[in-house]
Write a protein that binds this ligand. Structure first.
Ligand SMILES: O=C(O)CCC(=O)C(=O)O
Length: 218
């Protein structure tokens, strides 16, 4: 990873930005990591609450964070916190992410495993207060490529002005094996993202989303 990696930057406007590195990790190394993650992570499929209803989260998950950070809670679920030292390869992947994004400092990681195309993540944004107002989220993908969608968060005026939506308010990335996608600025405030079901997507995909949890008081 000595030479400069090619990246594409998507300016979403109003201080929101997405950067995509299609060839972030070497493929052979990524296959080794996929196997390690699939077999070595203590995956769980928790019950979450969405719009007042309990449902089984449609993907497996695990959470890793540095000691002493405020705890993560989303959709009524508070994941068990695992420590980085339990999973040395995660520290190697984090190091590669930090090298690609100088100046960024991630201290937590939410892992997702999609067993096949029937697993998904619904429209949402990662706007929990513990990430601060402009969270940077670095998302590394392994295995089966899946579509990652972004759409502008609807506002009252956008529904009146353009009821069918505008093409620049929707974007799609095919997240490749070994790729890195970074969401920055106000992306979590102004945009929603999802990985929809895809009946044709056979095989497992694992996604790591690195985040920075602010210490209490910051
Ligand atoms: O799997 C992905 O690419 C997205 C995961 C995601 O949206 C999340 O963890 O918040």
């Amino acid at each position: 990873m000595g030479e400069k990696m090619s990246r594409s930057t998507l300016d979403l406007g109003n201080g929101s930005e997405v950067i995509y590195f299609e060839k972030f990790l070497p493929p052979h190394q990524s296959w080794d990591w996929l196997k390690y993650l699939d077999e070595g992570i203590p995956w769980t499929r928790p019950t979450i609450r969405v719009y007042g209803r309990s449902l089984t989260q449609p993907r497996d998950t695990c959470y890793v964070a540095s000691e002493g950070l405020p705890e993560l809670k989303y959709s009524g679920y508070q994941p068990v916190v695992h420590l980085w030292d339990e999973f040395p390869p995660l520290k190697d992947i984090l190091k590669a992410v930090h090298e690609a994004l100088p100046g960024s400092r991630f201290n937590s990681l939410l892992l997702n495993r999609y067993k096949d195309g029937s697993d998904y993540v619904a429209w949402h944004s990662d706007d929990e207060k513990l990430y601060g107002p402009t969270p940077e989220i670095a998302s590394v993908s392994f295995g089966r490529e899946r579509e990652f969608l972004l759409k502008k968060r609807p506002t009252r005026s956008s529904k009146v002005e353009s009821p069918r939506g505008r093409s620049k308010d929707k974007h799609s990335f095919m997240l490749k094996h070994g790729s890195l996608l970074v969401m920055k600025g106000y992306t979590q405030r102004d945009w929603l993202h999802s990985v929809p079901k895809r009946a044709s997507a056979l095989g497992v995909r694992i996604n790591l989303t690195f985040r920075h949890v602010q210490s209490s008081g910051c």
